[in-house]
Design a protein around this ligand. Structure first.
Ligand code: MN
Length: 290
């Protein structure tokens, strides 16, 4: 049985986030509100395709800003991102690393190109994914998981490998702790290599090509193409069509809860969203000076 493609989304025009991230937003931007149901527990996908940045002495990125009710997950493929939050967590991630920040009840953080790295002309390539929290965990204590490329689980196959960040793929478990069931991984394939995978039929499932070109079942996907899969039992098959291809895969059990999103907050009700703004505006998230 085959798990079929439901929709292919071409790479959207990029926009700036701060002065350091030039991202194509596949969702939620310009997608109908019910798309949240098709992609839950994921709520936002910003893809910074390869961009050449010129060396600078200035800060490049996004200054202190709040989040509540979900998780921000940053995957670095090329380049270095420095992260600080007002819970005292900080770290730099480089190629192959990721950081998984659970904002929970509320956090302030800032994200910049690492300062020394920013001084040179450089290629920057990354993903930021927002993962929703179940209603019962929205006000959980903030948590920060830095995960190095060495800690990412590797599962080789003929002509490629799977890098498993979260969940279980072909019996191998990824390092990230999650609040709901999900499998997040990247498939790397040489030209001609093939891989068939199956995900639970009730999981929402989507793939993004971040390098090269692949076939997905009968469709040819280029770098930047995003495929949403139908919710049905069956396997999907990737084949490398370029010397080196990479496909980022998101598979997750839908939360089946209302998504009320506003700016940097994602809650379940309008009242909770208002409360988030009230708490932030009254200083409840703490000082911006960290
Ligand atoms: Mn943020």
């Amino acid at each position: 049985m085959i798990r079929h493609v439901e929709e292919i989304i071409k790479q959207p025009a990029a926009h700036w986030v701060g002065n350091g991230f030039r991202v194509s937003q596949y969702f939620p931007r310009r997608r109908p509100a019910h798309f949240f149901d098709r992609i839950s527990p994921f709520i936002l996908l910003d893809y910074n395709a390869r961009v050449l940045f010129k060396g600078t002495q200035s800060l490049v990125g996004v200054g202190p800003h709040p989040h509540r009710g979900f998780e921000t997950v940053t995957f670095a493929f090329e380049g270095k991102v420095a992260h600080h939050d007002n819970q005292g967590n900080q770290g730099v991630i480089g190629p192959g690393d990721l950081q998984w920040m659970s904002a929970g009840a509320g956090i302030l953080h800032k994200e910049y190109h690492e300062a020394d790295y920013a001084k040179e002309d450089r290629i920057f390539h990354m993903i930021q994914l927002w993962v929703n929290l179940p209603a019962k965990d929205k006000m959980t204590e903030p948590r920060y998981q830095p995960i190095t490329k060495e800690e990412v689980t590797k599962r080789p196959f003929l002509g490629g490998q799977i890098l498993i960040y979260a969940g279980i793929v072909l019996g191998e478990k990824g390092p990230a702790k999650t609040f709901s069931p999900m499998n997040i991984y990247k498939v790397e394939l040489d030209s001609g290599a093939t891989l068939s995978l199956e995900e639970p039929a009730h999981h929402n499932l989507a793939l993004l090509v971040i390098e090269g070109q692949v076939s997905l079942n009968d469709d040819l996907l280029d770098n930047g193409d995003f495929a949403l899969m139908k919710n049905e039992k069956g396997s999907f098959t990737l084949e490398g069509k370029a010397p080196s291809s990479q496909v980022f895969v998101l598979s997750g059990e839908p939360l089946n809860e209302p998504v009320i999103a506003g700016g940097p907050f994602v809650m379940n009700t309008e009242e909770e969203l208002r409360q988030a703004y009230d708490d932030y505006n009254s200083g409840g998230f703490g000082s911006h000076d960290f």
